[in-house]
Ligand binder design. Sequence first.
Ligand code: IPM
Ligand code: MG
Length: 354
Amino acid sequence: MRTYTIASIPGDGIGKEVIPAGQRVLEHLAKKSGDFSIAFRGFDWGSDYYKRHGVMMPADGLAQLRDLDAIYFGAVGAPDIPDHVTLWGLRLAICQPFDQYANVRPARVLPGITSPLANPDAAKLDWVIVRENSEGEYSGAGGRVHRGLPEETAMEVSVFTRTGVERVIRFAFELARSRPRKLLTVVTKSNAQRHGMVLWDEIAEEVALKYPDVTWDKMLVDAMTVRMVVKPASLDTIVATNLHADVLSDLAAALSGSMGVAPTANLNPERRFPSMFEPIHGSAFDITGMGIANPIGTFWSAVMMLEHLGEKEAAARLMGAIEATTKQGRLHTPDLGGEASTELVTEAVLDFLG
Ligand code: IPM
Ligand code: MG
């Protein structure tokens, strides 16, 4: 029997509600399948840990994760700690050293869920956004000088490397090729940003030569937001920089019905390091403790984790149970306009798994 050891890092806010629900579902699925088992190793890292220890995770944190099969992550962010501290202290502190450079963010209107778009094509929305996840605007390069003086200056430097851009564009072409429509849109802002974004355009042209079977086009990020709303069915696979894709993926999640259903995979495609799977909604302190967080994004992230582990059959079964659940309006949490609790949705998914 195949055995996977998965790090569980619920983190902050509703992460502590949805990750345990995800673990229950995964454990149940493993038991039912009989082909594999999952052992979770829990880590209490996050904002509470920070308040006790002054750091979001221990100094040897990466070493503790290094040999595990995957990481199941909830959310980071607390109202009383600056967001850049929590983000850089935990999420980016894992993504960047583990070279999880391909951040895959699917968006689809699941059965029973209505897109807020009035566009008749809205139901056809079925995209995968590939976010560059290791450099760009999130490189952390820059600095702040002359603090507090009138001439105070801050520099936030975007870093684009040939290696970094090429590998993520190649990943996106491969992903586009694996999907039925074989359609890729490369998003930049090369009219205004004439260095890094022009490098993206040039590398896209070069990589495209190796994928003659993939139809591809280029969009400027501002025009892309319009196209996502006005012509949703004209898009399939999308690749963009770290920041551009961060923004576009929130729009995509909202258009697909709710941030609460959106999943993500932070992949190290070469598998030199563990990859990390998480819902994209964040810690949501406004609803923490109320038991109404939507666990669907966390379950869908588990589907992506199972696919990554090679458990395709279990992944498909779980996706089927998710879709059977979303189909029923009585199983919708408040973010989807319903009244269901995290518990009710979790029980429903467990039931559909049989
Ligand atoms: C996301 C989030 C994060 C990001 C936040 C929590 C800093 O918005 O995963 O999209 O911007 O990367
Ligand atoms: Mg975001």
